[in-house]
Design a protein around this ligand. Structure first.
Ligand code: AMP
Ligand code: MG
Length: 283
């Protein structure tokens, strides 16, 4: 399989454009992909190798004085597979080139600062693929649903986040925003597995059930986020995640696309190659 097997590339199939409606979204679907899972896994391996090459080129550029980076923002409720994306997708590239950050409940120090403070501190260095497992978007998701600040405070954050991301893009960071969606049934079965298996207890948090109970509120908060922060320069991609193989393949493709848009090249030698060959020969 080397010719493009997609009917519609995920960049088109998954982009949250105007009028995107979460209430009719199917988390079991495989938009743009009509082949089976085995074909999907084969494609994933091929594109993983491509992603690793592209990431190495970006790293090389960073080593040669380039300022550019790529930032993958992962959002999704518990059990949507954010950790699996980090392990199986980001895990395909050289870990030296990855800057990973996860964002939980803010610490007292973080709370004493503006909500973007901890985000700015975790931005990818030049040449790196940054990965945010949760992000500044929690400040318009859990914060909105749980009334952690008044509506006029979180209400201003959408525009502020758009301005922040425009600043990042302007300084050379390509942003790939992914919202992973599972169905309520699928979440039940994944949480159930965490309760059945001692090797999964550590992932279970009784508070996950409180968030689950507020599913409609979260859906409303996600809808608002998609309506207000899916911009030209940093669009959201809404990824159906009931089928893990599909979600991982789709995110791989979104990343490959973002890297390809950078038009990366291997940096030219900063020395005379022929002279160095002669020196080596005579050494
Ligand atoms: P996990 O990703 O499963 O480790 O859970 C992290 C938890 O931190 C989730 O329940 C998030 O909703 C919560 N969290 C992340 N960011 C914030 C925030 N800015 N304010 C409050 N809770 C947050
Ligand atoms: Mg969790």
């Amino acid at each position: 399989m080397s010719k493009n097997p997609w009917d519609v590339h995920p960049v088109q199939a998954l982009r949250a454009g105007p009028g995107f409606d979460l209430s009719t979204f199917d988390p079991s679907a495989t938009p743009g992909w009509s082949d089976d899972r085995d074909d999907g896994e084969e494609r994933m391996a091929e594109q993983g190798a491509r992603l690793a090459d592209l990431q190495e080129m970006l790293f090389a550029e960073g080593r040669s004085g380039g300022a550019r980076s790529v930032l993958l923002v992962l959002q999704g409720m518990d059990t949507t597979g954010k950790g699996g994306i980090v392990r199986h997708v980001v895990g395909m590239v050289d870990p030296q080139g990855v800057d990973h950050a996860s964002f939980g409940k803010p610490t007292p120090e973080e709370l004493a600062h503006h909500y973007l403070w901890r985000i700015r501190n975790a931005l990818p260095r030049p040449g790196r693929l940054g990965v945010f497992d949760r992000s500044h978007y929690e400040d318009v998701l859990v914060v909105r649903v749980e009334n952690l600040v008044p509506p006029d405070v979180w209400g201003q954050r959408y525009d502020e986040i758009n301005a922040f991301e425009a600043e990042l893009v302007g300084s050379g960071t390509a942003i790939v925003k992914v919202a992973l969606m599972v169905s309520l049934d699928e979440q039940r079965s994944r949480l159930g597995e965490r309760l059945e298996r001692p090797d999964k207890y550590w992932k279970y948090n009784p508070a996950d059930l409180d968030a689950r109970a507020k599913w409609p509120d979260y859906r409303e908060a996600y809808q608002a986020l998609l309506d207000r922060t899916s911009t030209e320069i940093a669009p959201w991609f809404v990824v159906p995640a009931n089928r893990k193989w599909y979600a991982r393949l789709a995110v791989t493709e979104l990343l490959v696309d973002a890297f390809e848009r950078l038009g990366l090249r291997w940096p030219a030698a900063e020395f005379d190659v022929e002279v160095e060959k002669d020196r080596l020969e005579n050494s």
